[in-house]
Structure formats: C-alpha cells, structure tokens
Design a protein around this ligand. Sequence first.
Ligand code: NAD
Length: 362
Amino acid sequence: MTKKIAVLPGDGIGPEIVAEALKVLECLRTDFGLAVETEHAHIGGAAYDVHGTPFPAETLELCRASDSILLGAVGGPKWEGLDYSVRPERGLLGLRSELALFANLRPAILYPQLAAASTLRPEVVSNLDLMIVRELTGGIYFGQPRGRRINTQGEREGFNTLVYSESEIRRIAHTAFQIAQKRNKRLCSVDKANVLECTELWREVVVEVSAQYPEVELSHMYVDNAAMQLVRNPKQFDVMLTDNMFGDILSDCAAMLTGSIGMLPSASLNQDGKGMYEPIHGSAPDIAGKGIANPIATILSLAMLLRYSFDDAASAERVEKAVIKALDQNLRTADIHAEGAHKVGTAAMGDAIVAALRATTH
Ligand code: NAD
C-alpha cells in the first residue's frame, strides 16, 4: 500500500535541506520501488505569512491524514516580534500536542570520518552510536499548578510541578525497550529517584515494564551521574530513557559529543508509530538561502522515518550507507569541513548521497 508523507519545509534553511531529502526519497521510489507519495504544507513563519497562523488547520488535517511527517525547521528573526501565540515555534508545539507525539528519539552518532569534529578525544567518541529516548508531552514542562505569585513574605516566587502518571511512564518505557530490542539490547533509565518521588515512581514502573523484555539488560542511573558519564565514557550507553526535562538537557549534551549539529536527526512518535521527523538543528537564518547548509540531518531523519514509521529497515540502512559513502568520498559541507576535505554545498551533498544510493542497485 502506498504510504503518505506530509512534507513541512518550514523556514530558513528548511526548504533547502528538505529538498535534498526529497531527492533521496524520489530515488528510493524510482530505483527501489518504495511505494510512497508526498504532499506539502506550510508550518511556522512560512505558514504565518500565508495563513496568519503558524499552524493552519489544513496543515494539521494533512498531518492527520498522512502516515508520517517530515519537517525542516521553523523560526527566524522575521517573526521574532510577533505575539507568542503566533510565533513559528507554536506550530511545532501544536503538532506535538495534537498528534500526542510523546516519544522523542534523539540518536547521537559520530561517524569515524568526523571524529575530529568533536571537542572530545577521538578515542572517547569515535563510532559513538547512542539513542536517547525522551518523554516529550509530560513532566515538569506541562505539570499543573505552575506560575508565579507573591508569597506570604511578600516575595515573588515561581513554581512548577513535576508529575507523571504511571501510564505516561509505562508507554515511554515500552517505546524505549522496543528500541533497545532492535539495537544492542541495553537500556539505561535516568532518574533522580534518590530525591524526587515522581522519579522514584518512574524507576518502579520501568522495572515493572522490564519484565516484558527479559532480553534487554536494564540499568538505572541518577541524572547527575548520567551527565558526567556522557562526557567521560559515552560509548558505555546504548539506549538512554529519560523524562522530559532531563532528556532535554542530556540529549543536547549527547548531540554535542558529535560536534556537528548539521548531522543529527530526530523523531517524535505517538502511540500508533506515527511520527514527525526533523533535524535537531533550527532554521539557521544566518546561512539561509546561501546553499551551504548541511542536508545530512534531514536525510538521516528520512532514514528514521523509514525505519520507525514504515518499519522498513532495509531502505533506512540504504540511506544511512549512502550518507557514509558520501563522507568516505571526503565530501563535506562547510559546518563539518576540515583541511584536506572537498567542500561542497547543500545540493552537491544531496546529489552525492543520491548517486551513492543509486550505485547500490548496480
Ligand atoms: P540553529 O540550529 O538554527 O543554528 C545554530 C548554528 O548552527 C548556526 O550558526 C547555524 O548556521 C548552524 N547550523 C544549523 N543547522 C545547520 C546545518 N544544517 N548546516 C550548517 N550549519 C547549520 O539555532 P539558532 O540559531 O539558535 O536558531 C535559529 C532559529 O531556529 C530560531 O528562530 C529558533 O527558534 C529556531 N529553532 C527551530 C528549531 C526547530 O525547528 N526544531 C530548533 C531550534 C531552533
């Protein structure tokens, strides 16, 4: 059956990098018989300019009717003065909550060809391949009550609530165990169970869920230690499971181990496996329109889409191998360029990946 992808290029470099991912998709369609169709819609600032809202009803409708979503990036200085309710970022938040995308998958992969791009020593990070699974729609970012008030001493105070129900913990734990099953079968759950009751429950529920995945080795780590271990010896981890706030912080830290924001994809999934796939970087307004952005994070986001929403590991691997082949050919966009490498622009990198992909048929 033909699957449908909603394509939301967004703002800044979004349209440039998404165009390269679509070249890859087209090659999979024509040369490998992938049954897929695409339809475009606006999101973010681009949507505001056309519809007066960053998250138009027709965009939501298309996303609901599609099997998955490929997104570029949103935001930029042009829309910074707008009221928060119509800022481009509201488009993203709207999609996450409307589609209940509770599981955020952020791989941190460092290809050996790029080991020099990390600020850590090559032997610590070379061949790093870890996956952070972050709960995305609960926890302290959403808990009630929240706000600011004047306390009884007449002082200003701010307050937020860290709350997770066991069903919220259980569903993200299942996602993480299932991902670990498909990888090296090791899962480290990160919490602060020594201080926070909420994460004590987190640990308890994760242990309960683990009974259904006897082949996955489960460990637990306090978040402060996890932050330390991530920079001390990141290769000890396979899959890390964390709540919303810890995951926000740890996943950025893990991303930076690889030193290259233009290389890392992400996925946000709901209960049915529908997902929104996007690079972890933003719209890079400083380089938008110059044809120099790195399209690899978006192309690898497409690979994640194939793996997690279409359950098509073979096509995902083909794309990932084509990316590695382009890197092996010593091609580099400006953000990952080092002396001796051949510097290329966005389209040339996309073309090289398509050529590498096509070559695998012969
Ligand atoms: P950014 O990720 O857009 O850019 C940070 C730096 O990395 C810039 O120097 C940029 O040129 C570079 N960079 C980013 N992606 C690159 C790529 N593919 N190739 C080469 N270089 C790349 O972060 P920022 O500058 O803080 O934010 C810019 C805008 O993006 C803001 O409006 C912000 O709100 C938005 N943003 C959106 C998302 C998203 O859509 N998911 C995420 C983060 C930021």
